[in-house]
Write a protein that binds this ligand. Structure first.
Ligand code: FES
Ligand code: FES
Length: 160
């Protein structure tokens, strides 16, 4: 028997009946078609599946859908509207060439966005430390760190 949950995903109300074991990543990808959230390791190590849960970065492979009941979830698709301007963090990733194959990128961007609320300083050492739970198998960390620093500065009001 399913459990009824209601949550907000990218600003849209969502109601579903889910099994107790259903993962948040599965709800997002398979039930809602939000495939920008990537599965990587399925063991909470790579960060490719990172989304915001009430503003905090979580690894959606490690969160049950029922744990998101009543919460607001933001995925990479929710950072910008179609045809609208990119989120400053997305723009910074583009400007710094902070992606190669792009597989880790949605998780990296969501983790980077969450750093603003956490008060992570926009400087490389602090950003490296905060990014420790997100892996890039293309090893493009230099650009990712620089992009995150720029994105954080812009989110805090600096002009690009
Ligand atoms: S797939 Fe979730 S942390 Fe790797
Ligand atoms: S850009 Fe390929 S895994 Fe990070």
């Amino acid at each position: 028997m399913g459990l009824d949950i209601s949550l907000t995903v990218n600003g849209q109300p969502v109601r579903r009946s889910v099994s107790a074991q259903r993962l948040l990543i599965t709800l997002l990808r398979e039930d809602l078609g939000l495939t920008g959230t990537h599965p990587g390791c399925d063991t909470a190590q790579c960060g490719a599946c990172t989304v915001l849960l009430d503003g905090a970065a979580v690894k959606s492979c490690n969160v049950l859908a029922v744990q998101a009941d009543g919460a607001a979830v933001t995925t990479i698709e929710g950072l910008a509207t179609e045809g609208g301007p990119l989120h400053p963090m997305q723009r910074a990733f583009g400007q710094h060439h902070a992606l190669q194959c792009g597989y880790c990128t949605p998780g990296m961007v969501m983790r980077a966005v969450a750093m603003e609320r956490e008060g992570v300083p926009a400087e490389p050492d602090a950003v490296c430390h905060a990014l420790a739970g997100n892996l890039c198998r293309c090893t493009g960390y230099h650009g990712i760190v620089n992009a995150t620093c720029q994105g954080l500065r812009e989110m805090r009001g600096a002009t690009p």
